[in-house]
Design a binder for this molecule. Structure first.
Ligand SMILES: *[C@@H]1O[C@H](CO)[C@@H](O)[C@H](O)[C@H]1NC(C)=O
Ligand SMILES: *[C@@H]1O[C@H](CO)[C@@H](O)[C@H](O)[C@H]1NC(C)=O
Ligand SMILES: *[C@@H]1O[C@H](CO)[C@@H](O)[C@H](O)[C@H]1NC(C)=O
Ligand SMILES: *[C@@H]1O[C@H](CO)[C@@H](O)[C@H](O)[C@H]1NC(C)=O
Ligand SMILES: *[C@@H]1O[C@H](CO)[C@@H](O)[C@H](O)[C@H]1NC(C)=O
Ligand SMILES: *[C@@H]1O[C@H](CO)[C@@H](O)[C@H](O)[C@H]1NC(C)=O
Ligand SMILES: *[C@@H]1O[C@H](CO)[C@@H](O)[C@H](O)[C@H]1NC(C)=O
Ligand SMILES: *[C@@H]1O[C@H](CO)[C@@H](O)[C@H](O)[C@H]1NC(C)=O
Ligand SMILES: *[C@@H]1O[C@H](CO)[C@@H](O)[C@H](O)[C@H]1NC(C)=O
Ligand SMILES: *[C@@H]1O[C@H](CO)[C@@H](O)[C@H](O)[C@H]1NC(C)=O
Ligand SMILES: *[C@@H]1O[C@H](CO)[C@@H](O)[C@H](O)[C@H]1NC(C)=O
Length: 850
C-alpha cells in the first residue's frame, strides 16, 4: 500500500505523537481542562488537569458539557467541557517571576445547558494587560469558519510570581456570560530583543518589555506543524499559501536530505523547528519575471497597534554570499535592503531570523499588513531571487496594556440556511445556531486549531482555500508550480491556489454540499460510483466524486488519484480541490466542469452541435493534457483510461483530462514497459497492451486515437448494434483507411466545415495512433503538434508555407509552457542536487504496480 496515502489518512488521527514536552508536569506550567472535574488526556496524549483548584471562587462559576460535538474538534478534551462565569472571576497561578509565559486560551462556542454562546461577550485580563475585550467566541468562530478558537499570547514576566487571569462578562448585554474550555500557562525562554522600527533609521523597540498576541505563525513553503512537533515551545505553525497575494506564488522546493541544519549560538533551537528551516518559498526560475514582481503575503490585522514581524531564513540551495540578495518590504516601506542570507549566516543550512517592528495606524483605513520580497538588483547578485522560510507576526500591547481587537465581521452566508440541509440543527429553532453550524460545517473539516487567525469574513475566499483543511499535512512538501494559472475568485484579490496541498473535507461538509448525496445532484456515474454537482464554502460549485464502497476500483485508485492530482497542475488537467476519507467513504472534490464530458457533446446528445473547430480545439487541449502527463513530470505518467467520457469541458469549452484512478508511472530507465494487469475501457484498449500486458505511454496514444475518430465520426468506440465489421470504431476506421473511404464515415454535421487538408492531416495522425505496434505510434507530443498543424490548415487555407513558419514558433511556445514543477526547481540553480526533487517526486507517484 502506498505509504504516503497512509500518512495522509492516518497521520492526522494517529499523529498522537508522544508529547515530547512535559511542560504540564513542570511546576510553572499549567494545562487546564476548564470545567472538568477530573484530570483527562486529549487525543494527542497530552494531560489536562482540572481547573477547580486554581479558581479564586469556584462557587461563583458553573461548569457544563457542550450540547453537541462538532466533528472538527481535534479532541473532546478540553473542548467538550466549559467553565462558565456569570460575574468577574479569576484564576490564580504561581509562576516564576523572571520568566515569560505563553497563555493559550481555547474556546468552543456551543450550547452549554441552556446557555447559547451567541449571548456571550466578555473580557479577559491578566495583571494589567487586556487580552480580550467584548470578545465573542461565536462571532469569531463564525467569521473564521472554525468550530473552535485558540488565542495565544506571550506575557512578560510577572514580578509578583502570581499570575491572575480574570474573566469579566460584558455589562453591555443582558445575560452575558464568559466561558473558557482550556487554558495553558507555559513558561518560555525570552525570545525577543531589540527590534528596529520600519521607516525610522534610529528607532527601535525593546520587545523584551512587551506582551504580545500571536497573530500568524507560518511555515513558509512548508506544511502545518502541530504543537507536538515544535521545537519545545508547543507552537503551531501553518502553511503560508492562503496568504499569498496574487498568482505569483513562486516555488517551494524542499531542502535536500543532505543539507544539515546547524543552529548557530545566536539562534537557539527553540526559535523554530528544523521543519521551518528546511522548507521555503522562493521566486521562480525566470529572473526577468522575478524583477517584475514582488513575492507578497497579505494579512488581516487590527489597526492602531504595533506589530513585531519575525522573518526566519535558512539558505539550503546556495552557499555563497551575493548569490541571492533581496529587499524586504513591510506595508510598502523598506524594512531591509540587500538581505543576503548567506551573508548573514556564512553558510548553507544555518538558520537566522530578523525582527522588525511596524506601527499600523488607522490613517489609511487599512487593516492589512503586507509583507513583500523583491530581488535587490542594485547589489548585482548572481540570481535575481528571494527566499523566506518562516514568518511570525505578533501584536504588541499598546500603552494602556491592551491587546484586544474588535470582533471580526462574519460574511453573510451566500445561501439562506433554510435552503441548505441543516442536518445537525434541524430540531432547534435558534436561527443563530444554524448560522454557526453552517459556519463551521461549511468551513473546514478536521484537524487543527485555527490559532489566532484574524481574517475578516469578507475574505471568505481566502479561508475557502486556506482554511484549516489545507493546512493538512498531506504530503511531505508543498511544492507549487510557478506557471500555474491562477483561478479567478470573484471579487477577491486572492488566488485559490493552495500550493501542492490537497484540502481535507469533513464528511458533514460533503453531505451539506450534496444535500446528503441527493440523487438529483448526480452528474455522472462510473465504475467507482457517482459524481455529484455540489457546493463548498457556501456557494462554490464543485464536482464531488463518491467512491462506491463495493467498487472494484478501490482504495488504491483513490489514493493514486489524490497523489497524482494534488501535485499535477495544468490547464488541461482537471484540478483536484480536496478529499474526504471518513466513515469508510472515499470522496474526491474537483473543479466543476460546467459543460460535462466530451461524449455528451457528440453522439450522446443530438441537440448539441460542436463545430469542427471546437472539436479540434478540444482534441488539442486534451492532447496537451496528456502530453503533459507523459512528459511534464520527471517520470512518465500513463493515464490508462483515455476516453471521451474522461475528457471534460469547462464553461469556456476548455478540455481537461480527468480520472486518474487508473494512472500509474511509466517505465523507469532500463525498463521498456511496465507489466500490469490490464485495466481500461473496452473500445479504447491498446491491443498490444491487451495481448501482452505491456503498458507504455503509447497505450494512451492508441486510446486517444480512438477518441479522435469518435470526434471525427461522431459515434461510440463500440457499438454492438452495428454490423460486425463496424462494431469497433478503431477497426472500422482502419478498414476504411485501407479502402481509402475514410471520408465516407465523417460526421455529416461537420463534413461541410472541415477543409480537405485539415481532414487529411487529422486522419493521418489519428490512424497512426491506432498502429498495432506501439513503436509505430507517434508520441503524444507529435500528436499534439500534428493536431495544431491540422488547425492551421483549417484556419489558413492559403497553404502550408506560412504554416511551417508558425509551426516552429508554436512548437517552441508549446515546449516552454510545458516546463514543470520538477524541472523548474532543478533548473533554478545549477549544481544544486537533483536528489531532493527526485525524492519528492517518488512520493508523488506510487512506485508499486497494481
Ligand atoms: C490532577 O493532576 C494533578 C497534577 O498531576 C494532581 O495534583 C491532581 O491531584 C490530579 N487531580 C485529580 C482529581 O486527579
Ligand atoms: C511530527 O513528528 C513525528 C516524529 O518526529 C513525525 O512522525 C510526524 O510525521 C510529524 N508530524 C508532522 C505533521 O510533521
Ligand atoms: C521569462 O519571462 C519573460 C517575460 O514573460 C519571457 O519573455 C522570457 O522568455 C522568459 N524567459 C525564459 C528563459 O523563460
Ligand atoms: C485609532 O486611534 C485613534 C486615536 O487614538 C482613534 O481616534 C481611532 O478611533 C482608533 N481607531 C481604531 C480603529 O481603533
Ligand atoms: C501597498 O501597496 C499596494 C499596491 O500599491 C496597495 O494596494 C496596498 O494597499 C498597500 N498596502 C499598504 C498597507 O499600504
Ligand atoms: C514591490 O513592493 C515595493 C514596496 O511596496 C514597491 O515599491 C515596488 O514597486 C514593488 N515592486 C514591484 C515590481 O511590484
Ligand atoms: C505595554 O504595557 C506595559 C504595561 O502596561 C506598558 O508599560 C507599556 O508601555 C506597554 N507597551 C506599549 C507599547 O505601550
Ligand atoms: C461588541 O462586539 C459586537 C460584535 O462585534 C459589536 O457589535 C459591539 O458594538 C461591540 N460592543 C462594544 C461595546 O464594543
Ligand atoms: C449544427 O450546426 C450546423 C452548422 O453550423 C447547422 O447547419 C445545423 O443546423 C446545426 N444543427 C443543430 C441541430 O443545431
Ligand atoms: C456550456 O457552459 C456554459 C457556461 O456554463 C453554458 O452557458 C452553456 O449552456 C453550456 N453548454 C452546454 C451545451 O451545456
Ligand atoms: C536497471 O538495471 C540495472 C542493471 O541491469 C539493475 O541493477 C537495476 O536494478 C535496474 N533498475 C531498475 C529500476 O530496474
Amino acid at each position: 500500500m502506498n505509504c504516503d496515502a497512509n500518512i495522509f489518512f492516518w497521520a492526522i488521527i494517529c499523529s498522537c505523537i508522544i508529547n515530547r514536552i512535559h511542560s504540564a508536569s513542570s511546576l510553572e506550567s499549567y494545562v487546564l481542562a476548564c470545567g472538568a472535574s477530573s484530570n483527562a488526556t486529549d487525543a494527542n496524549g497530552r494531560k489536562w488537569i482540572s481547573d477547580t483548584e486554581f479558581l479564586n471562587a469556584p462557587e461563583k462559576t458553573t461548569s457544563a458539557t457542550a450540547q453537541s460535538q462538532d466533528p472538527s474538534l481535534p479532541s473532546p478534551v478540553p473542548y467538550m467541557r466549559a467553565r462558565i462565569f456569570h460575574s468577574k472571576s479569576s484564576y490564580k497561578f504561581s509562576i516564576s517571576p523572571v520568566k515569560r509565559h505563553w497563555i493559550r486560551l481555547h474556546f468552543y462556542p456551543s450550547f452549554y445547558n441552556s446557555l447559547n454562546c451567541f449571548d456571550s461577550f466578555f473580557s479577559v485580563t491578566v495583571d494589567g494587560f487586556t487580552l480580550l475585550n467584548n470578545f465573542s467566541a461565536s462571532i469569531t468562530a463564525q467569521a473564521l469558519t472554525q468550530a473552535y478558537i485558540l488565542r495565544e499570547f506571550t506575557l512578560i514576566p510577572i514580578k509578583s510570581g502570581a499570575l491572575s487571569l480574570t474573566f469579566i462578562p460584558s455589562t453591555n448585554y443582558d445575560n452575558s456570560f464568559a466561558f473558557v474550555n482550556g487554558i495553558e500557562i507555559i513558561s518560555m525562554p525570552e525570545i525577543f530583543g531589540v527590534v528596529p522600527y520600519v521607516g525610522f533609521s534610529d528607532m527601535s523597540m525593546d520587545a523584551e518589555y512587551y506582551s504580545m498576541q500571536t497573530m500568524y505563525r507560518l511555515n513558509v513553503g512548508g506544511q502545518f506543524i502541530p504543537g507536538t512537533n515544535d521545537s519545545g515551545l508547543l507552537r503551531t505553525w501553518y502553511d503560508d499559501s492562503p496568504y499569498i497575494f496574487g498568482a505569483a506564488e513562486g516555488v517551494s522546493p524542499k531542502a535536500s536530505k543532505k543539507v544539515r541544519i546547524e543552529y548557530p549560538s545566536s539562534v537557539p533551537k527553540y526559535i523554530a523547528p528544523v521543519d521551518v528551516y528546511t522548507t521555503a518559498r522562493m521566486m521562480g526560475p525566470n529572473q526577468t519575471l522575478n524583477l517584475n514582481f514582488n513575492l507578497t503575503w497579505v494579512f488581516q490585522i487590527d489597526m492602531n497597534f504595533t506589530y513585531l514581524v519575525r522573518f526566519h531564513f535558512c539558505e539550503y540551495q546556495l552557499s555563497k554570499a551575493n548569490q541571492r540578495v533581496f529587499d524586504i518590504f513591510i506595508n510598502n516601506q523598506t524594512a531591509y535592503s540587500g538581505a543576503d542570507v548567506i551573508g548573514w549566516t556564512g553558510g548553507k543550512g544555518v538558520p537566522v531570523y530578523k525582527d522588525f517592528a511596524i506601527h499600523v495606524d488607522d490613517k489609511s483605513g487599512d487593516d492589512q499588513l503586507w509583507v513583500a520580497l523583491h530581488p535587490d538588483a542594485t547589489s548585482q547578485p548572481e540570481y535575481y531571487n528571494a527566499i523566506l522560510n518562516g514568518l511570525e507576526i505578533f501584536k504588541v500591547n499598546d500603552t494602556k496594556g491592551n491587546l484586544a481587537g474588535i470582533n471580526p465581521v462574519p460574511s453573510p452566508t451566500p445561501e439562506s440556511p433554510e435552503k441548505r440541509p441543516a442536518f445537525s440543527s434541524k430540531s432547534n429553532n435558534h436561527g443563530q445556531t444554524v448560522g454557526i453550524v453552517l459556519g463551521t460545517v461549511a468551513g473546514f473539516g478536521l484537524v487543527v486549531a485555527g490559532i489566532s487567525f484574524f481574517r475578516y469574513g469578507r475574505k471568505k475566499v481566502v479561508e475557502g482555500n486556506g482554511g484549516r483543511s489545507s493546512w493538512l499535512p498531506l504530503y511531505g512538501s508543498s511544492r507549487s508550480s510557478g506557471t500555474k494559472t491562477s483561478k479567478s475568485s470573484g471579487s477577491s484579490r486572492y488566488t485559490s491556489s493552495g500550493g501542492g496541498l490537497c484540502r481535507y473535507f469533513s464528511l458533514p461538509e460533503i453531505k451539506l454540499g450534496t444535500n446528503n448525496f441527493d440523487d438529483s445532484g448526480v452528474v455522472g456515474v462510473g465504475g467507482f460510483g457517482k459524481v455529484y454537482k455540489g457546493y463548498i464554502d457556501g456557494g462554490t460549485v464543485v464536482a464531488i466524486k463518491r467512491a462506491n464502497p463495493s467498487s472494484e476500483q478501490g482504495v488504491h485508485e483513490f489514493q493514486t488519484e489524490i497523489n497524482l492530482l494534488s501535485k499535477l497542475r495544468h490547464r488541461h488537467l482537471v484540478s483536484l480541490i480536496g478529499a474526504c476519507e471518513e466513515d469508510n467513504e472515499m470522496i474526491l472534490v474537483y473543479d466543476y466542469m460546467a459543460n460535462g464530458t466530451l461524449r455528451e457533446h457528440l453522439y450522446k446528445n443530438s441537440k448539441s452541435n460542436l463545430s469542427w473547430n471546437q472539436r479540434l480545439d478540444i482534441c488539442i487541449g486534451s492532447a496537451r493534457g496528456l502530453h503533459y502527463l507523459h512528459t511534464g513530470a520527471k517520470h512518465t505518467i500513463i493515464h490508462r483510461d483515455v476516453k471521451s467520457t474522461n475528457i471534460l469541458l469547462d464553461e469556456n469549452w476548455v478540455a481537461k483530462v480527468s480520472d486518474f484512478g487508473l494512472s500509474r508511472t511509466g517505465p523507469t530507465i532500463n525498463e521498456t514497459h511496465v507489466s500490469t494487469v490490464v485495466k481500461g475501457s473496452f473500445g479504447y484498449l491498446d491491443p498490444e497492451y491487451f495481448r501482452r500486458q505491456k503498458l507504455t505511454e503509447k497505450s494512451d496514444v492508441y486510446s486517444f486515437g480512438v477518441v479522435l475518430f469518435e470526434v471525427l465520426c461522431n459515434r461510440p468506440a463500440l457499438n454492438p448494434n452495428l454490423p460486425k465489421e463496424q462494431v469497433s470504431l478503431a477497426e472500422w476506421a482502419i478498414l476504411n483507411h485501407q479502402r481509402g473511404t475514410l471520408d465516407a464515415i465523417i460526421d455529416p454535421h461537420i463534413k461541410g466545415q472541415i477543409t480537405l487538408d485539415c481532414f487529411k492531416n487529422f486522419a493521418e495522425i489519428a490512424i497512426k495512433c491506432l498502429s498495432d505496434n506501439g513503436v509505430h505510434r507517434p508520441s503524444m507530443g507529435s500528436v499534439l503538434w500534428n493536431l495544431e498543424y491540422s488547425l492551421q490548415f483549417q484556419n489558413n487555407p492559403d497553404g502550408p508555407e506560412r504554416v511551417a513558419e508558425q509551426k516552429a514558433n508554436e512548437a517552441y511556445k508549446m515546449h516552454t509552457t510545458l516546463l514543470t514543477i520538477e524541472e523548474e526547481d532543478d533548473e533554478l540553480y545549477e549544481g544544486q542536487d537533483e536528489h531532493s526533487a527526485n525524492e519528492v517526486f517518488s512520493q508523488i507517484v506510487n512506485p508499486q504496480g497494481r
